[in-house]
Design a protein around this ligand. Structure first.
Ligand code: ADP
Ligand code: MG
Length: 325
C-alpha cells in the first residue's frame, strides 16, 4: 500500500479503522453474597476514525483507558459493546494488522531468545513465514532499524537500552503490520537516545506507510510526532483534533488543566496529576452528565446532561463540552 494510492481527499487519508461507541467493562467478580460486583468501566463510548498513515497521539492520566484501547486494537480483548471495523484491510491476516512497541524493552524482550528469534516472533506466532526464511527476514528488518546483522545471535542483555528498543521496533515491523501501537516508546530511555528512536520511527513511517497510535505522557514527544491528538478522560475521548489545535489551543477544560499540569519542559502528564479540586473519580460507578464536571472549574448546570463529542462550530477540534462545542 502506498500512501498516495490511499489518498481520497487532498491532505486527508482514508479511514483504516473505525470505532463506534466502543465500551470495555472488566468484570470484577462477585461479592460475598454472590452478587456480581460493579465492573471497571475502562472504555465508555469511544468514537474514533484512525486514518491511514497518520500518527494519532493518545494522552490522558493513568487509568483513563489508554492501555485498554491498545489491547482492543491489538485484538487481545473484545469490546463489551460497540463496533470496531477495519475499513481498509490488506490481504494479510487480520491479526497481523496491529503490532505494539512497549515502553520498556528490558521487560518486553524475552531474555532467553537470540535477537533473530525475537524479531521474527510475530511471524512464528502467526505461522506466516516458513521456518527456514525467518533468519533472512530478521536480517533484513534488523538492517532497517540499525541493528547489525552480525548481532543477530546475541541476546537482549548484550545491547544498550536504545538498541533493545530498536530490536522491539524490528519485532513490530517483521510481520509487516498496517498499524503500530507505540505505548510510551521512549519513556524508559536516556534523553540522548530518545530523539534517535523518534527519528527512526518517523523515518520508518514514511518509508513503510505505517499508521501509528502513539500513547504517551510526554507532551513534547506527542507534539513532535503526532498529526492528531485524542485526549482521554475516564474511558472517553474528551477532545480530538490536530496536534496544533489540541496542544496549542486546548478547548476542553480537562485538556487545559492537563497541559497546565505539565511543566513546559518536564512533560509528564501522569506524574504532574491534574490539579482539579477533587480526585480522579473511580470508574466502578460512572458519573452522570459530563464525567469531568465534579473536577471542572467551569462547570455549570448544563453539565448535568451527558455530553457528546462534537466538532467545534469553527471547524476546529471536537470537544465533549457544551461550553466549547
Ligand atoms: P491507562 O493505560 O490509561 O492507565 P488502563 O486501560 O490500564 O488505563 O485502565 C483503565 C481502567 O481499567 C483502570 O481503572 C484499570 O484499573 C482498569 N483495568 C485495566 N485492566 C484491567 C483488568 N485486566 N481487569 C480489571 N480492570 C482493569
Ligand atoms: Mg497504561
Amino acid at each position: 500500500m502506498t500512501r498516495s494510492a490511499l489518498q481520497t481527499l487532498p491532505g486527508e487519508s482514508p479511514t483504516i479503522l473505525g470505532l463506534q461507541d466502543v465500551r470495555v467493562h472488566y468484570p470484577m467478580g462477585k461479592d460475598w453474597l454472590g452478587r456480581p460486583k460493579a465492573p471497571a468501566h475502562a472504555l465508555n463510548g469511544i468514537d474514533l476514525q484512525v486514518r491511514a498513515g497518520e500518527t494519532l497521539g493518545v494522552v490522558g492520566e493513568s487509568g483513563c483507558g489508554k492501555s485498554t484501547l491498545a489491547q482492543l486494537l491489538m485484538g487481545l480483548i473484545k469490546p463489551t459493546s460497540g463496533r470496531l471495523d477495519w475499513v481498509y484491510n490488506s490481504d494479510k491476516e487480520r491479526s497481523s494488522n496491529v503490532q505494539i512497541v512497549f515502553q520498556d524493552p528490558q521487560s518486553s524482550l524475552d531474555p532467553r531468545l537470540p535477537v533473530w528469534k525475537i524479531i521474527t516472533e510475530p511471524l512464528f506466532v502467526q505461522r506466516s513465514a516458513p521456518h527456514h526464511e525467518m533468519r533472512g527476514i530478521a536480517a533484513k528488518v534488523a538492517a532497517q532499524v540499525g541493528i547489525r546483522t552480525e548481532y543477530l545471535d546475541r541476546f537482549p542483555h548484550q545491547f544498550s537500552g536504545g538498541q533493545r528498543q530498536r530490536i522491539a521496533i524490528a519485532r513490530a515491523l517483521s510481520s509487516n503490520p498496517d498499524i503500530i501501537v507505540l505505548d510510551e516508546p521512549t519513556s524508559a530511555l536516556d534523553i540522548s537516545v530518545q530523539a534517535q528512536i523518534l527519528n527512526l520511527l518517523a523515518e520508518l513511517q514514511r518509508s513503510r506507510d505505517l499508521t501509528y497510535i502513539l500513547i504517551s505522557h510526554n507532551v513534547s514527544v506527542v507534539r513532535h510526532m503526532a498529526d492528531r491528538v485524542a485526549v482521554m478522560y475516564l474511558g472517553q475521548i474528551v477532545e480530538l483534533g490536530t496536534a496544533t489545535e489540541v496542544l496549542e489551543r486546548p478547548r476542553h477544560p480537562y485538556t487545559q488543566l492537563l497541559l497546565e499540569a505539565v511543566p513546559r519542559l518536564g512533560v509528564s502528564v501522569d506524574e504532574g496529576q491534574v490539579s482539579a479540586p477533587t480526585e480522579l473519580p473511580g470508574n466502578r460507578t460512572l458519573p452522570t452528565g459530563c464525567y469531568f464536571r465534579d473536577r471542572c472549574p467551569k462547570a455549570t448546570q448544563g453539565c448535568e446532561k451527558p455530553q457528546a463529542l462534537l466538532p467545534a462550530k469553527d471547524g476546529g477540534a471536537s470537544v465533549r463540552c457544551h461550553l466549547e462545542s
